[in-house]
Design a protein around this ligand. Structure first.
Ligand SMILES: [Zn+2]
Length: 349
C-alpha cells in the first residue's frame, strides 16, 4: 500500500466561502470543547451524537469533531482547544472531481452548503491526485484550515503499488565504487568510482590531524564543517545520478540495502556512517519526488552469492567468480544484481 499525504492550497476561494470556513473552524473548536467539557463534567456519556450538538455545521463535520474529541479525551491530561481548529470530514463525506476544463475541485460540506473549490495541483502530486480522480485510489479524512491569508486542505491518498511491469534498480553502496547500479533484466548498469569520497575523507583527515597537533581546535572544527559540506554536495550529486539512471526505465523501483548492510560491507563505519545515512536519505527523498518507489532489502550475502544461480562464489578485488556455474562478473555489479532481485520493505524519506 502506498500512502501519499497531500497538502495543498485552495485556488482563489470566494470571500463568502472564506468567511464560512472561518466560522466553521470556530464552531469545530467549540464542538470539540463542548464534548470534552461534557465528558469531564459527566453531563453526558461517550455515546454523544450530533443530536446533542446545537450548531449549524453539517452533521458529517459534527461527527468528525466528536470522533476527534474522543481521541483527545482518551489521552492523559486536560484538553483545552484555544484556537480555531482545522475542520474535517471523514473520507465518505467529501469529493474530488475535475471540471470540464480539467480543473481539480474538492467538494465538501460546511454550514450553508457544499462548496466546490479548485485546488492547486503542483507537479509532485499530479500522479496520486490523478489516480484518485479516476477512482483508482482511496482517500482519507479531509481537513481544511487557514494559514495567513490562504486556505489549505490536507488528506491522504492510498493505493496499491502496481508491481507489474516494474524495473528493479539494484543499488550497491560501497567503498571502491560508491555506487554500483543495475537495472535488472535490462542489461544496463552504472558504476561510480569511490575515489572522490575517498579523496575528500583523506584530505580533511590529514588536515584535522595536523591542526590537532598544532592545538588549533577552532580551525579543526571549521575543517569538519567544510568536510561535511563537501560530502553533502557529493551525496546530492550521487543521488541525482541514480535518479537520472532509474528514470530511463519503465516503472522503476529502487532497491537498496538497509543501513546495517551498508555498514557491514564497508570500513566506513563509526564517524563516517553518517555519509551513507545521508546518501540513503537523499536518494529516497529525490526518488519520492520523482514518483519512484524505494525499497530496503535484506543485505545478507549480497556480495558473496552469485546473482545468476545463488551459489557462493569468490571475490578477487573487483572480480567475482561463481564456483558453481562458473560465471564471472564485476563484484559490485554482482552485488547490485542480487539486491535488485530481493523483495524489500518500503523505505520512506
Ligand atoms: Zn553461479
Amino acid at each position: 500500500m502506498v500512502t501519499v499525504t497531500i497538502t495543498t492550497k485552495f485556488h482563489n476561494p470566494s470571500l463568502s466561502r472564506r468567511k464560512e470556513w472561518q466560522h466553521a473552524a470556530r464552531l469545530y473548536r467549540d464542538t470539540k470543547q463542548f464534548c470534552i467539557d461534557g465528558w469531564e463534567n459527566g453531563d453526558f456519556d461517550k455515546s454523544v451524537t450530533t443530536a446533542s450538538i446545537d450548531n449549524d455545521l453539517y452533521s458529517a463535520i459534527q461527527n468528525q469533531a466528536i470522533r476527534e474529541a474522543k481521541a483527545d479525551h482518551s489521552k492523559d491530561g486536560e484538553v483545552r482547544y484555544r484556537e480555531s481548529q482545522p475542520f474535517a470530514v471523514n473520507n465518505q463525506n467529501w469529493e474530488i472531481d475535475t471540471t470540464e476544463n480539467g480543473t481539480v475541485v474538492v467538494g465538501s460540506p460546511c454550514i450553508s452548503q457544499w462548496w466546490y473549490t479548485p485546488i492547486e495541483v503542483y507537479d509532485d502530486i499530479v500522479d496520486p491526485v490523478d489516480r484518485l480522480v479516476k477512482g483508482d485510489a482511496n482517500k482519507t479524512r479531509l481537513q481544511i484550515y487557514r494559514r495567513g491569508d490562504d486556505w489549505f486542505c490536507t488528506f491522504n491518498i492510498e493505493y496499491d503499488a502496481d508491481t507489474s511491469g516494474e524495473t528493479a534498480i539494484g543499488v550497491d553502496i560501497g567503498e571502491r565504487h560508491i555506487l554500483a547500479v543495475t537495472a535488472y533484466g535490462e542489461g544496463e548498469s552504472m558504476l561510480v568510482s569511490g575515489d572522490e569520497a575517498k579523496y575528500v575523507r583523506r584530505k580533511y583527515r590529514s588536515l584535522r590531524e595536523s591542526l590537532s597537533e598544532a592545538g588549533a581546535l577552532r580551525a579543526r572544527n571549521r575543517v569538519g564543517d567544510k568536510e561535511q559540506r563537501r560530502i553533502k554536495d557529493l551525496n546530492h550529486k550521487l543521488s541525482r545520478r541514480l535518479i537520472r539512471f532509474a528514470e530511463q526505465f519503465e516503472n522503476p523501483v529502487i532497491r537498496i540495502e538497509d543501513l546495517e548492510g551498508i555498514r557491514e560491507n564497508s570500513s566506513w563505519s563509526g564517524v563516517h556512517s553518517w555519509h551513507f545515512h545521508q546518501l540513503q536519505q537523499f536518494m529516497t527523498y529525490k526518488a519520492e519526488r520523482a514518483g519512484i518507489r524505494v525499497e530496503e532489502v535484506d543485505p545478507s550475502r549480497t556480495s558473496q552469492e552469485c546473482s545468476a544461480c545463488g551459489s557462493m562464489g569468490t571475490r578477487d578485488e573487483d572480480h567475482f567468480l561463481c564456483s558453481e556455474c562458473g560465471r564471472g562478473r564485476h563484484a559490485d555489479l554482482n552485488a547490485s544484481e542480487n539486491i535488485a532481485q530481493r523483495e524489500g520493505e518500503p523505505c520512506t524519506a
